[in-house]
Design a protein around this ligand. Structure first.
Ligand SMILES: [Zn+2]
Length: 306
């Protein structure tokens, strides 16, 4: 399985347009050791020719152009065979509206994420301009891995299993009646090599299903949004703690780094990194702590082969 990180930042990207925090200022001015990042999205493939996207970021056009394997091979074409949504956040779904140029799309999501995107959303009509423009494949949270098929119907060589992760519905949706399908992780398997990727870009906490996926996978991509609970409060940028936003902070005795450190059978990679996070600075003590635990920090253009 080939894995290509198209974007590694949390919502807003790095730097964020309206943010003057030390990280964003520093990366704009070139005064810190850090590289800009677009919003989280990953491409996976069994054969290097047919690809599936995990999430569709607002920067999808730039991200697809950045990777030649995703370029069209004829006047109207795309190697993209499907797009999997892990939740309904705008940084994960807004890019779908940018793929409106009369191209059939196969979208994989829970019923909850699908309805959050399609209901009451007049802009969704741009993806309903002809029959078959979008085909939805509902992800259920019970059961075994399912074959991911190419648009033509043949097996892609990849399988997908979805599972619930502690989290929240997107901010712009009704959050008063949470459901398990609001936020999921996925396990992508390669039928030829038997290797698998556990993709969990938003996790509010651990759970039995998070543990099972991390223990099983050969690569674990995990929620790297915040280093500490009060990161945004300390900057004066928000009144919310990381946990209020359903993100498990990396640092501290209860942090996700301690959790990830134990799964040494897997490549472990933090992704969905908020611009306030000190691990973005390559010479920070927080980055050093991540590396010391055997965990990597995703960057745009990062590639793994399992
Ligand atoms: Zn910032």
């Amino acid at each position: 399985m080939l894995i290509r990180v198209l974007g590694s930042a949390a919502g807003g990207g790095f730097p964020q347009w309206n943010c003057g925090c030390p990280n964003c200022l520093g990366v704009r001015r070139g005064t810190i050791r850090a590289r800009p990042r677009t919003q989280e999205s990953v491409a996976v493939s069994a054969d290097g020719d047919s690809w599936f996207l995990l999430n569709a970021s607002p920067e999808i056009r730039q991200q697809l152009e950045s990777f030649s394997k995703l370029h069209p091979r004829s006047p109207r074409d795309t190697p993209i065979q499907g797009i999997v949504l892990t939740n309904g956040d705008l940084d994960h779904s807004l890019g779908l509206l940018s793929l409106r140029e009369s191209q059939p799309l196969a979208l994989y999501a829970t019923a909850r994420v699908r309805s959050g995107f399609t209901e009451g959303n007049v802009l969704y009509r741009t993806l309903q301009r002809f029959d078959g423009q979008v085909s939805w494949h509902e992800l259920s949270l019970a059961g075994d891995a399912k074959t991911l098929n190419l648009l033509g119907g043949a097996p892609s060589g990849l399988t997908l299993r979805a599972f619930a992760i502690p989290g929240k519905a997107a901010l712009h949706l009704d959050q008063s009646h949470p459901e398990a399908g609001d936020n999921i992780g996925i396990l992508i398997g390669d039928t030829r090599t038997g290797k698998s990727l556990a993709y969990m870009p938003a996790a509010g906490a651990s759970s039995a299903e998070v543990v099972t996926a991390a223990a099983e996978a050969d690569a674990v991509f995990f929620d790297g949004t915040f280093w500490s609970s009060d990161e945004l409060i300390a900057l004066g940028a928000s009144k919310s703690r990381a946990e209020d936003m359903a993100h498990w902070p990396i640092g501290g005795t209860q942090g996700s780094l301690r959790f990830l450190a134990q799964w040494s059978q897997a490549r472990r990679v933090y992704i969905h990194i908020n611009n306030s996070n000190p691990i973005l600075q390559e010479d920070s003590v927080e980055r050093a702590a991540v590396h010391a635990a055997g965990v990597e920090v995703a960057f745009d253009g990062m590639e793994l082969e399992l």
